[in-house]
Design a protein around this ligand. Structure first.
Ligand SMILES: [Zn+2]
Length: 285
């Protein structure tokens, strides 16, 4: 190859009026220059891509770290709540056991999973224990309510603080004459106008005059028991009214077949009169 062919000649004028200038550059320099330019461009692109990758990895790492920190915090919160819940359930377990003993229901307090020391370590087990505990507390509650209802529905004490002038059973006719009759309650002598209270929780089923009873209040309790309060001067309850033991139903008087102020008190079991003195205070000495 001739020397001419290995050279590039550039003609150029620095200004429009100046003379043309000639620049001769060997071809290998041009080629080298292009090669170097290409290297720079390719290297630049490669570098940029690498940089972007590193940057994106860094971002991913940061977000993963944030996520991980959050999970750690959540886990701590969860652990604390779990311990607290476990303590609370353990406390309820103890109280429930105590109540079960009082209600004579020890058997229901035996649950599969004890929450106390060495108790369940998983949420599922704790959940199961809580379910059993709930069931247990319900059963005990039902029993205690039933017991309470039974106890408060059984007549206790007397409707007034008087002394028994006439007991339950056969007696001489109080209105005079020599005949005998069956007295199906007790007579409690008190001052006129003494407040009269029901002897058990129940439902008022009668509150009006009724033949020889005069002004009568009858209260239905449970298990077929009713109580009657006769000869009242005034009635202060109405039929259909629910009343508690000791709640006033009226005032003592002498209405109906009576010779003086007193309360005729009667207890009936399945409509058969029974002796009230067996369910209340004995006659004062
Ligand atoms: Zn009587």
């Amino acid at each position: 190859m001739s020397k001419e062919k290995r050279l590039y000649t550039f003609l150029f004028a620095p200004t429009s009026t100046s003379r043309m200038k000639k620049l001769t550059i060997p071809r290998y320099l041009i080629r080298g220059g292009i090669g170097v330019l290409l290297l720079i461009v390719v290297g630049g692109i490669y570098g940029a891509v690498r940089l972007m990758n590193v940057e994106s990895l860094n971002l991913k790492y940061q977000s993963a770290k944030i996520e991980n920190d959050k999970l750690k915090r959540d886990n701590d919160v969860y652990k604390n709540s779990y311990s607290k819940l476990k303590g609370q359930i353990s406390f309820i377990e103890d109280v429930s056991k105590d109540l079960a003993r009082q209600a004579n229901m020890e058997h229901v307090s035996e649950i599969d999973q004890k929450v106390g020391s060495g108790g369940p370590e998983t949420v599922t087990a704790l959940d199961k224990a809580a379910d059993q505990l709930e069931q247990q507390v319900r059963l005990i509650g039902d029993r205690l309510r039933a017991d309470h209802l039974r106890l408060t529905s059984i007549p206790a004490g007397f409707p007034v603080d008087g002394y028994i002038t006439d007991g339950f059973g056969m007696r001489r006719n109080p209105m005079g004459g020599g005949s005998h009759e069956f007295h199906d309650g007790i007579d409690l002598a008190v001052d006129f106008g003494t407040p009269v209270g029901a002897t058990a929780d129940g439902l008022v089923v009668w509150a009006a005059p009724y033949s020889g009873y005069g002004n009568l209040v009858a209260v239905f309790h449970s298990n077929g028991i009713t109580t009657r309060y006769g000869h009242l001067s005034r009635i202060t309850v109405e039929p259909g009214q629910r009343i508690k033991r000791g709640e006033q139903i009226g005032y003592a008087g002498s209405t109906g077949r009576s010779t003086g102020p007193h309360v005729h008190y009667e207890i009936r079991l399945n409509d058969q009169p029974i002796d009230p003195s067996k369910y209340g205070r004995r006659q004062k000495p």
